[in-house]
Design a protein around this ligand. Structure first.
Ligand code: TTP
Length: 388
């Protein structure tokens, strides 16, 4: 069964069980033709090494929730019930985390991409799954504060063949940039030396089936990938209508470690405080703080926004703003601020504050006792350590 399922490029779980609440059903009924979601969750993830040596980058948690889950929630909030997830060599891990989608009341179908040959290549592989319906491509490592509901509604009701989302950026040289006439796109330029505008493409695209002619016609770029910007440029060159909408609220691509820290800070800013674990009377919490079930905070100061994951122990420590402490983490006699610390790690007895750091799973950062007093490191490939 497993083998037979893998032999095909697509596989999905049983139809999502569980009925949506009445208000969700009503919202779904009000809408026009069904729109599918396509989340791209393959890729190389090279910029997030060493974390991506052992996990899919889309499963790295931001505010203690995998970044991919935000994408699924954004699509579901836009009344999308059918979601294809393009997966590469981390497919088992992604499938184990997401399952058949019933948790979100969506039906997830997995689409295998044997090699990460570009965003347009991933779209091309989804042609049979999309079956002529309008669809939203959502990069599985992207976050948008305001989601995609409004753009999906406008696209469904409009006459465009494609719609891209744009946001002003300080360094357009590092992005795909659009040239506009009104809300129509006339040209796209990839990483321009002399940018025609400061409007960069964000990782969400809406398409009708004309895109499949484009992704089948274009050739790989200099880096050997089928580029989504080339496919959209093909639509423009062939008289298709491509519209642009500006993103409201922030947009974050979590491709690099510093992006994870920033995305974490942005999400934490809006968390609802909740204390479900134990906080002793000698501890002090301030600001937006979540202490999950089974977590223990003793003789410590936690200054929000911050989350302390399930079963974690914070003892005689300071946890500062914009920190996400994952499940079963042990922080003792140390100060951490603006950090993301993943499951099962320990930070014990540090003399200086740990700040702006992304700590993987099961990592130990501990004070050296005994002689000689020296840094003693066991670091994975491509790790980075900054010392005082
Ligand atoms: P990118 O961040 O552009 O590429 P990458 O994942 O290969 O990362 P790096 O540059 O650090 O090596 O990918 C954006 C999203 O699209 C991400 O969720 C991975 C996904 N993707 C695919 O699914 N298939 C692909 O062929 C590529 C290139 C990316």
């Amino acid at each position: 069964m497993e083998g037979a399922r893998r032999a095909s490029r697509y596989w999905s779980g049983p139809a999502a069980a569980g009925r949506p609440g009445r208000s969700v059903q009503a919202a779904d009924r009000r809408r026009g033709p069904p729109v599918k979601g396509l989340i791209l969750s393959g890729g190389h993830g090279t910029r997030l090494r060493p974390l991506t040596f052992t996990r899919a980058k889309q499963l790295i948690p931001v505010a203690n929730k995998p970044v991919l889950f935000y994408a699924i929630e954004a699509l579901r909030a836009a009344a999308i019930r059918e979601i294809g997830i393009v997966v590469g060599n981390t497919r088992d891990e992604i499938q184990a985390a997401v399952g058949d989608g019933r948790r979100w009341d969506v039906r997830v179908t997995y689409i295998e991409q044997p090699e990460p040959l570009g965003l347009a290549h991933a779209v091309k592989l989804a042609e049979d799954y999309i079956r002529g319906e309008p669809f939203v491509v959502y990069l599985g490592d992207n976050l948008l504060r305001d989601g995609v509901r409004d753009v999906v509604d406008a696209f469904r009701d409009g006459a465009a063949d494609a719609c891209i989302l744009l946001t002003p950026v300080r360094t357009p040289q590092a992005f795909g940039v659009a040239v506009l006439e009104g809300d129509r796109v006339v040209r796209l330029v990839e990483k321009p030396r002399d940018p025609p505008s400061d409007l960069a493409l964000v990782g969400v695209y809406l398409f009708h089936e004309a895109i499949f002619e484009a992704v089948n016609a274009i050739r790989p770029s200099w880096r050997g990938e089928l580029e989504i910007t080339d496919a959209i440029q093909y639509l423009l060159d062939h008289g298709r209508r491509v519209e642009a909408r500006r993103v409201t609220g922030w947009w974050k691509d979590t491709g690099r470690p510093e992006d994870i820290l920033e995305a974490n800070a942005l999400i934490l800013e809006a968390i609802e405080p909740a204390v479900r674990g134990q906080v002793d009377e000698r501890s002090h919490l301030s600001g937006r703080v979540v202490v999950a079930e089974g977590a223990v905070v003793e003789e410590s100061v936690v200054r929000g926004p911050a989350v302390i994951g399930e079963g974690s122990r914070i003892v005689r420590a300071y946890v500062g703003p914009f920190t996400a402490v994952g499940p079963r983490v042990h922080i003792e006699g140390s100060e951490v601020e603006r950090c993301v610390v993943l499951e099962g790690s320990a930070i014990v007895g540090l003399e200086a504050r740990l700040q702006d750091s992304l700590i993987g799973t099961g990592v130990q950062v501990v004070r050296c006792h005994g002689r000689p007093r020296a840094f003693k490191l066991v670091l994975g490939d491509q790790a980075r350590v900054e010392v005082l």
